[in-house]
Design a protein around this ligand. Sequence first.
Ligand code: IVH
Length: 708
Amino acid sequence: MNPNTPDLFGDLFPEPKRASTLADGPISRVQALRSQLHHHAHAYYTLDAPEIPDAEYDRLFRELQALESAHPELLTPDSPTQRVGGQVLDAFATVTHRVPMLSIRTETDTEASGAEAFDTRIRKELGLTEADSAVEYVAELKFDGLAMSLRYENGVLVQAATRGDGETGEEVTANIRTIGQIPLRLPIDAPAVLEVRGEVYMRRGDFEALNERQRQRIAAGSKGEKTFVNPRNAAAGAVRQLDSGIAAKRPLSFFAYGLGDITPQSAGGPQWQTHFDMLQQLKTWGFPVAEQTSRMQGAAGLVAFHQRIAAERDALPYDIDGVVYKVNDLAQQQRLGFVTREPRWAVAHKYPAQEEMTTVQAIDVQVGRTGKLTPVAKLAPVFVGGVTVTNATLHNELEARRKDVRVGDTVIVRRAGDVIPEVVSVVLDQRPADAPQFTMVSHCPVCGSLAEREEGESDHRCTGGLFCSAQRKQAIWHFAHRRAMDVDGLGDKLVDQLVDSGQVKTLADLYHLKLETLSNMDRMAEKSAVNLLEALDKSKNTTLGRFLFSLGIRHVGEATAKELARHFGQLDAVMAASEDALLQVADVGPVVAHSIRTFFDQSHNREVVQALRDAGVSWPEGDALAPTEMPLAGITVVLTGTLQSMGRDEAKEKLEALGAKVAGSVSKKTHYVVAGAEAGSKLDKAQALGVPVIDDTGLALLLSGQKP
Ligand code: IVH
């Protein structure tokens, strides 16, 4: 949130001006913070549409808390610090919690020392000395969803309420009943009155699937649909659905972690001694309790739990933002009591946030080793998920456009575990007025070759191939490959060194390497250098097929390269061939033909070929395959109707590759009419003229060089 834009929020949450003797600094800052926090609490709690990450909100909140405690005279009853956010929407009934829903103190120190500080405080407040044994705790996960109170009377779920401000919440029973994990009826041994408190949340997989469905709805033109920023936002939206039919389609989950109102022991209620026993009982009554929930002894136990969960965190199917420690013994809990709205016996111990906010300074296009072009958002450095992030991939043009990330935008960045950082969403109300939409480059930013996206693919690619320095190493490995130019002794490590040291810039440079240069490379004995020079020399005598394969033209594999060599006989003929001429080659379809043509159309690729020839690379040139040598030379075929074995285009391509002429109409000169299902007038004409008519089987014979 940009602190210089408080006017954005002034309309909704004006902050009253008051006279003060204090310097202007803290007053105006306190006012700015309050109006921002009001704005974001409204966006988050009431509209279910947060604009900034939680960590950013927390920071603003803590800054305000700090200012208010330094200047108590500025504190007002309506400050956001004095109530926990969450307005009750008019349309839901209001529920007064019989036992208030408390909040929990947060230990902001994300290191192990945070756990130690809590244990120290507990021991002090319980009056324990070093001679006393370790305090027993229950360590739980801190789920990132929303708190829910479930009221059961005589074993039946009668009411589900959100936390609201802790005193009153919203009645959302109809929506909560749609959550399969929540029991609607309890076993006979449950007390007459039982309020179970826990967290409603959405699993990450469910969230991704929901967003995918939402995207499809939006794409199909459905109005009023939106995607969700994160699982918690989606869960909150579902719980607040006025239409529980819609809520039912939003897959929610639940974990129990505590109690509210309950039949007192004196009236026959349960006799638990510990928090842990209570959770075990809830489990037997059908409530989900996280399996990680553990009893831990003293500070060392808490630290161990914090570390264990930190390692497991990214593998969990749902988001947590920390762990919670609770004193296990209920009698001890009672002795510790409460401060304002927080129990002294519990604390939340956080992990570094996985989502943060930053700005996009540029959108670069990077070239991968295979020529794939990837748009990457260059970010103002931001600490997220435990590391400083400066880059986030936007994957490809479609993805960049879908997220509509622009230079100058404020964005929410997520980094979970070792997963590469990604831009989750754009904070639209902070977009500069002139931010231009992202467009993909038309040429490779590294070598200037044409950038192309093939039909049906989402990635753009540089067509520079061996000319492009980003693809240089890959191109050289490929060139030297045993089935390409077969340069023995030119391994990956050596290619890395030769390219990194600038000794090899283009393929032809390989043939100008000096013994001295090679001997100076790491792990290169003079003997191996001599051997490599010999291997390079030997590789100069090659075949056209190997040479064509070694160029690394996209889609031109070993077999296609051989076929090109056989068909055209000479390199110049291949380089000059039109796409139509290329289509005559066996196994060459439109995509391959286009790729070959694009490759040789670029002058720098022709230059690389020339440089290799100048360096002495040569092969015996042959003649183009004479038409008469082809098995179907001189044969004219007409195709009609729907064939079973292949499409008509494919049949045409295959016939032509074998030298046949495929004509559009039937005449006396036609040798065969291949007729599939629903053949029409051409079949009639063939019959009238007495031209042989064959079917799929006959075609197969023809293509295998036999007479049908
Ligand atoms: S206990 C008396 N346990 O964190 C303590 N809360 O401010 C009441 N939360 O929004 C809360 N996981 O919904 C507790 N294992 C857990 C929790 C948990 C998540 C949420 C809770 C509330 C906030 C506490």
